[in-house]
Ligand binder design. Structure first.
Ligand SMILES: [Zn+2]
Ligand SMILES: [Zn+2]
Length: 282
C-alpha cells in the first residue's frame, strides 16, 4: 500500500471507530432515558402508597383526573434532554470518556457546578418565572398542581421545559469540557438530579424529624420545603439547595405548619393574584 492508501485506510478506521463510539454513546443515553422513566414510575407508586399517608404534607385540594392528565406531558422533557445530549455528542462533546475510572472526580465536579452555578441561575430564573406575564405564559402550568406528585416535577409548558434542558445541562457539559466526565458520572448525576427533583414533589416527608433540627436542612431541601413553594407561591424558590433562598431572604422553614393541610387554598392568592379553585387556576 502506498502512502495515499494508508491514509485512506486510516481515516476509514477512524470513521468506523468514531461511528461505533457514537452508537455506543447513543445506546447508553437511551438506557439512561429508560432508567429515568423507571425511577419516576417508582416514585409515583411510592407517593400513592400507604407508606406515604402518615407524613402526607399537602392534603387539599385532592389530586384530580385533570391534574393527572395535565402532568402526562412529562415524557417530553426526557425526550428533549436525550436529543440534546446526543446532539452534544455529535458535536464532539462526551467523546473518549472513560466508563468508570475517575468517576468520583466527575461526580465532584458536577456537584460543584451544580451547587454553585446551576442553583444560582435556577433561583434567578425561577424568580423571573413568578413575574406575572412569564408566570401566566409558562410557570402556572407547574403551579396548577398544589398537591404535587413526582410527575409535577417534570410538568411544564414546552418553552420552560426547553429552558431547563439548557440550564440543567450546565453541570455535565462543563464537566465534559474540562475532560473530567465519565459514563458512570453522567448516569449518576442525571439519576441523582431526578431523584432530588421528583422526590421533592412526592408530597410526603421522607426525611426524619432530626433532619429538620440539624444544619443539613440548610444544605438540601425536603419535600416539605418545596411544598411551601406550591402552597405559598412566593417562598422557597430553590432547586435543591436552600442557600439561594437564605441569601435572598425567601426561605421559609415552617415544617410543622406545612405538615398540617394548608388553609385557604380556594381563595385569591394575594401575592400572585391568581385565583385558585380546587387546585385549578381560574
Ligand atoms: Zn414556582
Ligand atoms: Zn415544584
Amino acid at each position: 500500500m502506498d502512502v495515499g492508501q494508508n491514509l485512506a485506510m486510516g481515516s476509514i478506521t477512524t470513521l468506523v471507530t468514531e461511528n461505533n463510539d457514537f452508537l455506543k454513546f447513543t445506546g447508553f443515553v437511551v438506557v439512561i432515558w429508560m432508567l429515568r422513566v423507571l425511577l419516576l414510575k417508582s416514585l409515583v407508586t411510592l407517593g400513592r402508597s400507604p407508606v406515604a399517608e402518615p407524613t402526607r404534607i399537602t392534603i387539599r385540594p385532592a389530586i384530580t383526573e385533570k391534574q393527572v392528565e395535565r402532568e402526562s406531558v412529562w415524557p417530553l422533557g426526557y425526550f428533549l434532554d436525550t436529543l440534546a445530549v446526543v446532539g452534544l455528542r455529535a458535536a464532539g462533546l462526551f467523546s473518549d470518556m472513560p466508563h468508570f475510572e475517575t468517576t468520583l472526580q466527575a461526580i465532584a465536579w458536577q456537584f460543584l457546578f451544580h451547587a454553585t452555578i446551576v442553583e444560582f441561575l435556577y433561583y434567578l430564573f425561577h424568580r423571573a418565572l413568578h413575574v406575572q406575564w412569564l408566570y401566566k405564559r409558562w410557570h402556572q402550568y407547574h403551579h396548577k398542581s398544589i398537591n404535587t406528585e413526582p410527575t409535577t416535577a417534570v410538568s411544564f409548558e414546552v418553552g420552560e421545559r426547553l429552558a431547563y434542558t439548557v440550564l440543567f445541562a450546565i453541570s455535565p457539559v462543563l464537566t465534559g469540557l474540562i475532560g473530567a466526565q465519565t459514563y458512570a458520572g453522567l448516569l449518576i448525576y442525571v439519576l441523582w438530579f431526578d431523584f432530588m427533583n421528583e422526590g421533592g414533589h412526592i408530597n410526603f416527608e421522607v426525611l426524619p424529624q432530626w433532619y429538620f433540627r440539624s444544619p443539613l436542612r440548610y444544605v438540601f431541601y425536603s419535600p416539605t420545603f418545596h411544598a411551601v413553594h406550591h402552597t405559598k407561591f412566593k417562598k422557597n424558590y430553590s432547586l435543591f439547595m436552600p442557600w439561594t433562598d437564605i441569601l435572598f431572604g425567601t426561605a421559609v422553614y415552617t415544617h410543622d405548619e406545612a405538615v398540617t393541610p394548608p388553609k385557604g387554598l380556594n381563595q385569591v392568592d394575594v401575592e400572585t393574584g391568581v385565583k385558585e379553585q380546587d387546585g385549578q387556576v381560574v
